[in-house]
Design a protein around this ligand. Sequence first.
Ligand code: TYM
Length: 329
Amino acid sequence: KKVLYSGMQSTGNLTLGNYLGALKNWITLSDEYECFYSVANMHSITVRQNPTELRKHARELLTLFIAAGIDPDKNCIYYQSHVPAHAELAWILNCYTYMGELSRMTQFKDKSAKHADNINAGLFTYPVLMAADILLYQADVVPVGIDQMQHLELTRDIAQRFNSIYGDVFTVPEAYIGRVGAKIMSLQEPSRKMSKSDENPNGSIYLMDDPDTIMRKFKRAVTDSEGQIRYRDEQPGIKNLISIYCACTGKTPEEVEREFDGRGYGEFKPAVGEAVISVLRPLQERVAELTRDKAYIDSVIKNNAEKADYVANKTLRKVQKKVGFPDKI
Ligand code: TYM
């Protein structure tokens, strides 16, 4: 079976973008591949975190993965920090990655502008840790939203560079970008992606928002004065709402245009709200149910960490040999 790898940061406040852009595709693909999904808590500390909150969010995220339909008996879901090989390989790969490459990463530029008081080395080498995540498991495919594409390209470059020096050590991974939902935009500023760190909470739908909140946010979503429901760049607000509606219902943009032909935004916006509520409500119920089953979640964390550790170490040993580190005596 081919291998799939993906990860998500445990920074709390996951948005509908995380779900539609990534998590939903993970589920669709999970039958076809041998899958590894990490709670990327080592990535999270590139921005200052409250330790208690970080621990809590990591567990919530892992619970969410299961609630969303990832079967932890068939797939490996684990905490990145439980597998030391990630940090070890990241160090090695740091020595095969250029400052110039990392300086070009748009996420680094955005984040360092936003956290100007804490532009730490981890923020800079963040994509190298992500490359280590992926390459340790010899992943063939990595489902991500569009905002992670640049990091994935860098991962491929690092893998190819390493392979060209040492022979075929790493599988060079391909990105998987979903047909719809790969870039969900803010409901308030449709030119910007929906983001968990948005200051305006009305711009984002959080996965744990209650139905009234969801409906209110959609009713307030910024649109335009065209008055037509068309999937086109000139109407970014409406285009985004159509994308969300499609991703939640499985319909195509053309079908949605036809369905709402001649109808106004006053009808369309609540329909999108309903579609989102019917996706999120069962998810929230399942999260609540699973959260109560502490022993079960604990066993998932333990068993999967062991499995991930085993697979990751196989690649790490190979890499250590290649670069010339001696075996332990
Ligand atoms: P993160 O935690 O920011 O986001 C997790 C996933 O959600 C996608 N996403 C979106 N998709 C569509 N529309 C949006 N508005 C939107 N916002 C976020 C992201 O593209 C991502 O797929 N560095 C990664 C986590 C990571 C990782 C990995 C991913 C760590 N190691 C290895 C893949 C493979 C990150 O910060 O994603």
